[in-house]
Design a protein around this ligand. Structure first.
Ligand code: ZN
Ligand code: ZN
Ligand code: FE
Length: 755
């Protein structure tokens, strides 16, 4: 029997080869009808025998083009008409757009094959792409996604490219960034002053320069990289000196999985992450390898590795580099560079050469960072390759804007049952970063196609974003406690609602009592929370200075734990820098000069790292904790003493554990065993505290969030132990557990409260 059915697909269905896919499938099934881009999605009408229609729909959903993502499919019967073919009909642009923009995607296998095929007209062309790959978000100036609304508008298609672009059977049908050497962007190599060097083969010359140890700024997809030969310690010393980045680990790019395996241990899950179209930097367990300089990631257990994601990267790595360092081109705390002139100006004195091209980057988008823990992917920084793909929420929300935290900032917009997150903005310490923050807010509003009049922001009175919120014209500003936002962000991505036990284990966040929170057990839902417990407060002498100088935290904890005997222990463990007299330290702590109180687990990690002789001072946030994790023996299951003090709130007292660590390390017990025991102790204490809360409330769902859960050992330990204790455990997969997720959590809470 002949039927006609009308299908409406929404989600990421435009600019990803969806219409030609439908066209080919319909023709293969002998169906007639049409496919059309509409503001509300892609509309398809098909007509033919029942069983063909059924098989069409099944294959449709099973064989989607790689970049497509269907968030909703609606089907209804329609009146059969008389027709004899299947057609792609021109777009209908009336109405409010409901389609989403695809993130940038790594070069696909078909394009790669052409790139290295000497007979292909795009042989070695660094801007080859198709409907399944290439730039998307980073070249968009406006919506809808059409060539005229991208930075490709200044490159009129040549005849050959136009034919591909307009042929539904071609894999470049409506590939907006389509280009070739005749009509598309070109590379140019410039000297340190930004003057073109006029060399015939910029890639070959760049490889030569890299091999000679120079630092080259390379224009990429969402910004510039500083690029250097990862095997050359000389090059890395120069790069680190010039970038004022003494120790922070640098990411490397390697040619393929095989090269990644030479530098790190790679699980099947990690292989999928590395090779996926998002191409994040994946944090892998480093192998000792003579192939790269020890200066790439000193002191770290992990090495950040990514595979090439643009044709230009593939061409650069086609020579025999074991790995290239590829680090975001910016000064510390500044956003990544995107503009040619801007790059030449801002990177003056850092880069020796500039490998530029003339396709503008419109949207700044840093590399994303991911890892695998407990066999599942986790995102630590959600940016290029993931943004602006929306998250699907558990229900409809009013339109809300979340402004995020102060470090690792992002912005988020809720609209309907979608959440749109901005690219990673970074730490809002400089005017440039603040400009980028405003840029990102307008970007994410444009992407989400709405201008919310409800705003969620942090409670911290001194955050720049809190000030921005107070200046915005809107109906309502809702302040959301930092750790409630962490838990809400994890609930949002897991689509759970109602009361949960939330563990927010974190660096710092402004608490309701104006103290610095960061080791929190909350009973929370999307609207509100109660603090059910926390890590025992301890003094943080010097406030923010203590973050950079873990020895201050360690000293304060020793004073708390050992009283007057603390000096001997401190001296024995040599935690205080030689030039600082013990009395001065003691006076500062005892008189509470510039001292705040905190329950931050991040700071406890810092202190333990210092006590174990791993790190007294840090050159970047989280360094001491990361090195403590790196040092820890993961096979140790010994639980150190701790107390749970049952007050109005449960107070988790880690002082006994700190005492044991100090005493035993002083007595010669190795750092690895104690660091391992410290991790095991936290896991044990967390489960025990959560059991108490479960007994009191009957809640059985545990949500883990906060920056400390970037620690793989802690995260995996917790998942296993909570599982074993019969809890339902929810963790992050789609948004970062760190402050990169805060904007989403704020938006969810504000949307719930205001809705
Ligand atoms: Zn392609
Ligand atoms: Zn062309
Ligand atoms: Fe946080």
């Amino acid at each position: 029997m002949t039927r006609r059915v009308r299908l409406r697909f929404s989600g990421i269905v435009q600019g990803v080869g969806f219409r030609p896919f439908i066209y080919r499938l319909a023709v293969a099934h002998g169906l007639t009808g049409f496919v059309q881009n509409r503001p509300e999605g892609v509309v398809v009408e098909i007509q033919g025998p029942d069983e063909n229609i059924e098989s069409f729909v099944a294959r449709c959903m099973g064989e989607l083009p790689p970049l497509a993502e269907v968030s909703d499919l609606q089907t209804e019967d329609a009146q059969a008409v008389s027709e004899d073919s299947f057609r792609i009909v021109p777009s209908d642009k009336e109405g409010r757009p409901e389609v989403h923009i695809s993130p940038d995607a790594a070069t696909c296998d078909d394009c790669l094959a052409e790139l290295f095929d000497p007979t292909d007209r795009r042989y070695c062309y660094p801007f080859i792409n198709c409907t399944n790959c290439g730039p998307r978000l980073t070249i968009i100036t406006d919506i809808p996604y059409d060539r005229k609304n991208t930075s490709m508008h200044s490159f009129p298609l040549c005849e050959k490219c136009r034919l591909e672009y307009s042929d539904p059977r071609d894999r470049r049908f409506h590939a907006e960034p389509n280009a070739c050497p005749e009509c598309g962007p070109v590379l140019s190599l410039c000297d340190r002053k930004g003057a073109p060097m006029g060399c015939p083969d910029p890639i070959e010359k760049t490889t030569e320069l890299l091999r000679a140890g120079y630092v080259v700024a390379v224009k990429g997809l969402g910004g510039f990289h500083l690029c250097a030969d990862a095997s050359s310690s000389d090059a890395l010393i120069r790069l680190r000196e010039r970038k004022y980045r003494e120790e922070k680990p640098l990411a490397v790019m390697v040619r393929d999985l095989e090269h990644a395996r030479m530098l790190a241990r790679v699980s099947p899950e990690e292989e999928r992450l590395l090779a996926g179209p998002e191409r994040p930097i994946v944090l892998l367990r480093k192998k000792e390898s003579p192939l790269i300089s020890p200066l790439v990631a000193p002191g770290m257990a992990n090495l950040g590795i990514m595979l090439p994601y643009t044709p230009l990267h593939h061409l650069l790595l086609d020579s025999d580099f074991p790995a290239l360092v590829m680090t975001s081109a910016n000064q510390t705390d500044e956003p990544i560079c995107i503009d040619n002139d801007e790059a030449c100006k801002r990177l003056k004195g850092i880069a020796d050469y500039f490998l530029l091209h003339n396709r503008d980057i419109v949207v700044r988008c840093d590399d994303s960072i991911a890892m695998s823990a407990q066999g599942a992917p986790r995102i630590m920084r959600r940016s290029r390759g993931y943004v602006p793909r929306p998250l699907v929420l558990s229900r409809q929300y009013p339109s809300v804007l979340g402004l995020g935290a102060h470090l690792k900032a992002t912005a988020a917009v809720l609209r309907g049952d979608f959440a749109f997150l901005s690219p990673h903005i970074g730490d809002m310490e400089t005017p440039e970063a603040r400009d980028f923050f405003h840029e990102s807010i307008s970007l994410i509003k444009r992407i989400a196609q709405c201008d919310p009049d409800i705003i969620g922001c942090d409670m911290h009175p001194e955050y720049y974003s809190s000030w921005v919120a107070s200046q915005m014209e809107c109906r309502r500003v809702i302040q959301v406690q930092h750790h409630h936002a962490h838990i809400a962000s994890c609930m949002a991505e897991n689509r759970i609602t109602g009361d949960v036990i939330g563990l927010a284990m974190d660096g710092t966040g402004y608490g309701l009592d104006r103290r610095i929170w960061g080791g929190e057990f909350l009973v929370a839902d999307e609207a509100d929370f109660q603090r059910a417990g926390h890590i025992r407060y301890f003094p943080l002498p010097g406030g923010d200075a203590a973050v950079k100088q873990p020895w201050r935290v360690a000293a304060a904890l020793l004073m708390e734990v050992f009283g007057t005997g603390w000096g001997q222990v401190a001296q024995g463990l040599r935690i205080i820098p030689e030039h600082i007299p013990l009395d001065t330290v003691e006076a500062v702590v005892r008189q509470k000069i510039q001292t705040v109180f905190t329950s931050s687990l991040g700071r406890v990690f810092d202190a333990v790292s210092c006590l174990l002789g791993i790190r007294r001072q840090v050159s970047f946030e989280g360094q001491a904790a990361m090195e403590l994790e790196a040092c820890a023996d993961p096979t140790v299951s010994r639980v150190l003493p701790y107390d749970l003090l049952m007050d109005r709130e449960i107070v988790l007292d880690l002082y006994p554990a700190v005492r044991t660590i100090a005493e035993e390390h002083l007595a010669g017990k190795p750092a690895a065993a104690l660091a391992g025991a410290f991790h095991a102790t936290l896991v044990h204490a967390f489960v025990k505290t959560a059991r108490e809360i479960r007994d009191a409330t009957g809640l059985n769902r545990v949500v883990l969030s906060g920056g400390c859960f970037q620690n793989r050992l802690l995260l995996e330990g917790c998942i296993t132990a909570f599982d074993l204790a019969g809890f339902d455990v929810y963790t992050h997969h789609l948004v970062p557990p760190n402050d990169g997720g805060i904007a989403l959590g704020q938006a969810l809470v504000a949307g719930t409260v205001a809705g």
